[in-house]
Design a protein around this ligand. Sequence first.
Ligand code: ISJ
Length: 360
Amino acid sequence: MNKNLSELRSEIDRLDRSIVAMINERYGYVRQVGEWKHANASEIYVPEREKALLEKLEGINDGPLKNETLRAIYREIMSGAIALESPVKIAFLGPENTFSHQAALSKFGSSVSYLAKNSIAEVFEAVDRGKADYGVVPIENSTEGAVTYTLDMFNQSEVSICAEVQLAAHQNLMARCDKEHIRVIYSHPQALAQCRLYLHNNFPLVPQVEVRSTAEAAKRAAMDDHAAAVASTLAADANGLKVLDGSIEDNSRNVTRFLVIARQNPKPTGEDKTSIVFALKDKVGALMECLTAFGKEGVSMSMIESRPAKTRPGEYLFFVDFNGHRNDTHVQELIEELQKHCLYVKTLGSYPCGLSISND
Ligand SMILES: C=C(O[C@@H]1C=C(C(=O)O)C=C[C@H]1O)C(=O)O
């Protein structure tokens, strides 16, 4: 016979008691892992282990639990585990409630502590000086391209990349008033650029004002009856604003990629990416030789970006992301080949390929 509601709930209660007991049992082992790590000066956050664990769990999950839900639950279980091992601090490009904050939360969960920094340079500095254990910085957007400031910082800093986060960052129009009463729209220049068409079609006569973050834009909209902001839903909630239109970005596959920086180098997972920067020797065909080296080693690039070297006019640095780990023989051969044509080649990190996460 079918169970009635209170019988069903007591079954749920029984299982919840087991779940909590099991998480606590798990944390007993986590604590011991933490002690081992402290004794062996080992890293607390281990992205390659987390990735392998999540993949294994997805492999045994027969549903109805969705893999997305499973990941979110484990994000928090592992966040609690990290906090139990050590009080880690994560620096991100502030203020709070920006997409960078959201990217950091999606990687480290809500049990660790966060430091909102005023600039990308300050995030690097916090990690460089050990004031933060990890940093989260934007690196590229699928609509607007590379975040050149972050690229430039890598050339000056000794931190390395230990993980990536790909956030399907949806932009939203939010305000206290209705659409017809909007007299000004605030946002970060990149967010305004991502919604150029929507804003042109819907608010051709409303002035757009650039501010330093989408979170700042939402704060301003919260203080003005006739202002709107283009920002994340996190910012709408934090400032009590109504979302008037959601997912207003012109390209619905608008993804922002963030990097986790640290003073550590993850081990290979079998599905890794490596980021390097190189400066070409001043000789004809040097760039061609470098690109040929990638082809020869069968290495596919996922990003290539050039930046002025700032030493002499006309000299450029090339930032490249490609599939593979710095420990792989073919990657080592590729780097040796590149060195022949470059003044220097610096490996910025090898890290597990990240899944794309949505901020819906
Ligand atoms: C427990 C560990 O530390 C952290 C927590 C993990 C977890 O909760 O499973 C996994 C990897 C680490 O980020 C570990 O390294 O195994």
